[in-house]
Design a protein around this ligand. Structure first.
Ligand SMILES: Cc1cc2nc3c(=O)[nH]c(=O)nc-3n(C[C@H](O)[C@H](O)[C@H](O)COP(=O)(O)OP(=O)(O)OC[C@H]3O[C@@H](n4cnc5c(N)ncnc54)[C@H](O)[C@@H]3O)c2cc1C
Length: 202
């Protein structure tokens, strides 16, 4: 389809070398420069991380959805930090595969962005399926003991508690993926959320 529609597909890593020029580090080696009138940045997103040192992602024991989709074995237990769409999708899949899943969500119901009645019913259905859901609870610290389990300290309505699981899935949101684009060379900058501010013109 790309060929038919006369779209060139250059395989490589693109970055700005100026406002109207892109340099591509080609997958097969070498570089290629492209001059452009307009550029669309559509580099997607990446899993949000916790503050550095709190519980670092290694995609083996402390995982994101990327690691969750690549596990070689079904873990015995998993703590899902973040009861949003991705955490609950992965949590419910592993629950059905036999993993003991505990979801930690800082608000009083999972998926707080949904219509309240739908969110409440969704939570009931998930609990009926066997997921343990700790609401009004947040992660305060964690220790990755690798094959000996990942330990997390949670703060909730009944005070602090420590839980250990084979895997901890961090699903606390997504951030814009703009790494390595050399945006400053195009005269662009990111805001505090890592997003490129746009308006009707640029
Ligand atoms: C676990 C998970 C489950 C999801 N489930 C659903 C679902 O069921 N339904 C749904 O609608 N959405 C779902 N989504 C969301 C959906 O994947 C995204 O909304 C969608 O992929 C966004 O499209 P995009 O083109 O903006 O970015 P992407 O699909 O992420 O594409 C960006 C591409 O740019 C490439 N790239 C990045 N930087 C560079 C660079 N410098 N040079 C060259 N290439 C680069 C990346 O390799 C990637 O191929 C899910 C997301 C996740 C993480």
């Amino acid at each position: 389809m790309l060929k038919k529609n006369k779209v060139d597909y250059i395989k490589g890593w693109g970055k700005f070398s100026g406002p109207n020029s892109i340099e591509v580090d080609l997958t097969e080696g070498g570089t290629e420069s492209i001059n452009v009138k307009n550029a669309i940045i559509a580099t997607g997103s990446d899993a949000a991380h916790l503050p550095a040192g709190m519980l670092d992602i290694d995609e083996e024991y402390v995982i994101t959805s990327t690691g969750a989709l690549a596990l070689k074995e079904v873990p015995k237990s998993m703590i899902v930090v973040g009861g949003g769409v991705i955490g609950l999708e992965m949590g419910s899949v592993y629950n059905r595969l036999g993993t003991d899943v505990t979801v930690v969500q800082h608000t009083d119901v999972v998926c707080p962005f949904l219509d309240r009645e739908i969110a409440n019913n969704f939570q009931k259905i998930l609990k009926k399926q066997g997921l343990k859901i700790l609401t009004n609870t947040k992660l305060t610290s964690g220790t990755n003991n690798k094959e000996n389990g990942v330990e997390v300290v949670l703060s909730g309505p009944k005070g602090d508690q420590t839980l250990t699981a084979d895997k901890v899935l961090l699903s606390i949101g997504r951030r814009p993926f703009t790494d390595g684009l050399d945006l400053e060379k195009a005269g662009l900058q990111t805001n505090n959320w890592g997003q490129i501010d746009v308006n009707h013109f640029n």
